[in-house]
Design a protein around this ligand. Structure first.
Ligand code: SRM
Ligand code: SF4
Length: 563
């Protein structure tokens, strides 16, 4: 194994994530934090960024970059009360610049917070009963959980388990409370029993899926737990390990990987199982090479049998044989639906997760009005964020539907009535201007690019064809693009790798079709493929399955997945 990376030193010397964050925050001379604190901030759910649109101009003007920060909530299963939404909306309006950003892991980011406002923003979040602990950094990230509000009883059970796991696995250090609230500073000698003094080698992600829906993309999780329902009751979970998306262009040692099934557990075994997997990775993950530090590489390096045996040894029980499950879809269901408890749920399309009043579209105002209405009339209702960056209004009585509809229609929140499937299901990561790793546009490009793809579908008689299109501004894959039927991965400004042939249930990786091409080439390629699809598809066959069957996109060997 390699020498420990510098980040291991920063973690080790940080007195359990305190570092000099308080001093950095208090320093009025710069809008930035000290270098080590920039890294430590991630464990507190924050990121230092600078506006890339103005980076070069500021450099030429000899100004420091236009620094700002985002804060990301720890929000297991994506569940908020209406009052918490209103608190987040207020914090975003007061301290942020880009509204609320719903993420692909069912939480909220507030971008554009200046250093001097960070503490106040964190305090506002805390006052609403929420926090940002471990939302970023080398720890257990936001625990994802299936959203389907129709299965209210099952959702409640799975959500409770996800929530309990999120609390159980989060850092026990008081650093967050000392840094952001007014808790007196201590020497930082408390125990960190699960994560250890140097935390994990890398981020770690756990998600709960409830078939037939694979909305959380369970094959992309470090640990995926798939609910097995027998006689209408939760019998337990099939366990998958070693999923992950991130890769680097031109580095064959990095690759997206589908999680592998290792067996079945009962519901009471979920927490010890997750803990055992996490500590296996804590002790055996690569702390030298961060690009090789995710659990998926530990699984491949050690072998699945070894990993399974080690997890069983640590958990103190043997996994039963996997029960098996069938996924039929992973996109969100939009519009009103009645749940099994007789309450109503509204799936709202939020294009690329951005809830902001901008360019004549007032979605932030609209969501605020809906949340206010709920807070007054249905405080027990929930706002549930989906892994596709959308929002559900969950658990309202029938008599509120009309009023919510009116607000939704008035504020461009009823897109399910007008958009095609392509527009409803597309996912794009944040990318420019805030993401420091973006090589090309993603979210900002979509309003221009998507209608062009839709135009091609229309021309081939495929107007409302469901096709999963996912765009990431770089190969880290925050939109989980390697599981899409069509994916575009940023290579350079205006240039993308076109990857094809994933399936709509999220069970097959796609493959590189054409590398480093510009928009006109992408559209020409899709035009040709849509022609073939319209002429040669079997009845009901999906685009990704057609491409795989036609040999256009052969599922890749892991190291061939990106180029
Ligand atoms: Fe991500 C890094 C945004 C979900 C894989 N991701 C980043 C950073 C923090 C950039 C950075 O490190 O400087 C991005 C901040 C951009 C910005 O300005 O907001 C960023 N990731 C996002 C979000 C907001 C994308 C979105 O449009 O919704 C998602 C927030 C998730 C959350 O709420 O916790 C987001 N990122 C994902 C996912 C999908 C998932 O978790 O289901 C993945 C793929 C799954 C996986 O982890 O394998 C993902 N993000 C990455 C990676 C690659 C990790 C790797 O294994 O190599 C990076 C880069 C890194 O960690 O070094 C990254
Ligand atoms: Fe940034 Fe790349 Fe993630 Fe997009 S995929 S948000 S560009 S790190």
């Amino acid at each position: 194994m390699n020498e420990p990376s510098d980040l291991e030193r920063i973690k080790r010397d940080s007195r359990h994530l305190r570092g000099t964050l308080r001093e950095s925050l208090a320093d009025p001379v710069t809008g930035a934090l000290r270098a080590d604190d920039v890294q430590l901030l991630k464990f507190h759910g924050g990121y230092q960024q600078d506006d890339r649109d103005v980076r070069e101009a500021r450099r030429l003007a000899k100004l420091e970059p236009d620094y700002s920060f985002f804060l990301r909530l720890r929000l297991p299963g994506g569940v908020l009360t209406p009052a918490q939404w209103l608190a987040m909306d207020a914090a975003a309006s007061r301290y942020g610049t880009r509204g609320l950003r719903l993420t692909t892991r069912q939480t909220i980011q507030v971008h554009g917070i200046e250093k001097r406002n960070l503490r106040a923003a964190a305090q506002a979040i805390h006052a609403s009963g929420l926090d940002t602990i471990a939302a970023c950094g080398d720890d257990n990230r936001n625990v994802a959980a299936a959203v389907n509000p129709l299965l209210s009883r099952l959702h409640a059970q799975v959500f409770a388990q996800a929530s309990a796991l999120s609390s159980h696995l989060r850092p026990k250090s008081r650093a967050w409370f000392e840094t952001w609230l007014d808790e007196p500073a201590t020497d930082g000698n408390e125990a960190e029993p699960l994560l250890g003094d140097t935390y994990l080698p890398r981020k770690f992600k756990i998600g709960f899926a409830v078939p037939p829906e694979n909305d959380i993309d369970v094959y992309s999780q470090d640990v995926g737990l798939v609910a097995i329902v027998e006689d209408g009751k939760l019998a337990g979970y099939d366990v998958l390990v070693g999923g992950g998306m991130g890769a680097s262009h031109g580095d064959a040692r990095t690759y997206p990987r589908l999680a592998s099934p290792i067996g079945f557990i009962t519901p009471d075994q979920a927490t010890p199982l997750a803990e055992a997997a996490l500590t296996t990775q804590r002790d055996h993950g690569d702390r030298g090479e961060r690009k090789h530090a995710r659990f998926k590489y530990t699984v491949d390096d050690k072998g699945l049998d070894w990993i399974k045996a080690e997890i069983e040894r640590r958990a103190g029980f043997v996994l039963q044989p996997a029960r098996g499950f069938v996924f039929t879809q992973r996109g969100d269901r939009f519009g009103w639906r009645e749940g099994e408890d007789g309450r109503w749920h509204l799936g709202l399309r939020i294009p690329f997760g951005r809830v902001h009043d901008k360019d004549g579209v007032a979605r932030q105002t609209g969501m605020r009005a809906i949340a206010s209405l709920l807070a007054e009339q249905a405080p027990a209702a929930q706002i549930r964020l989906t892994p596709n960056q959308n929002a559900f209004i969950a658990g309202v009585a029938a008599n509120l539907r009309e009023r919510i509809d009116a607000v939704a229609c008035e504020h461009d929140l009823a897109l399910h009535r007008t958009e095609t499937r392509l527009g409803l299901d597309a996912v794009a990561c944040v990318a420019l201007p805030t993401c420091g790793l973006a090589m090309a546009e993603a979210e900002r490009w979509m309003p221009d690019f998507l209608p062009k793809v839709q135009g091609l579908l229309d021309a081939h008689g495929l107007h409302d064809e469901p096709i999963d299109l996912r765009v990431s501004g770089c190969p880290n894959g925050c939109s989980r693009p390697y599981l899409a039927e069509i994916a575009l991965i940023g290579k350079a400004p205006g240039r993308y790798n076109l990857m094809l042939g994933g399936d709509h249930r999220g069970q097959r990786l796609n493959a590189l079709h054409r590398g480093n091409i510009v928009e006109s080439e992408i559209l020409a390629e899709l035009d040709t493929l849509f022609t073939r699809f319209a002429a040669g598809r079997e009845t009901g066959e999906r685009f990704g399955d057609f491409l795989a069957r036609a040999g256009v996109a052969t599922p890749p060997l892991p190291h061939e997945a990106t180029a």
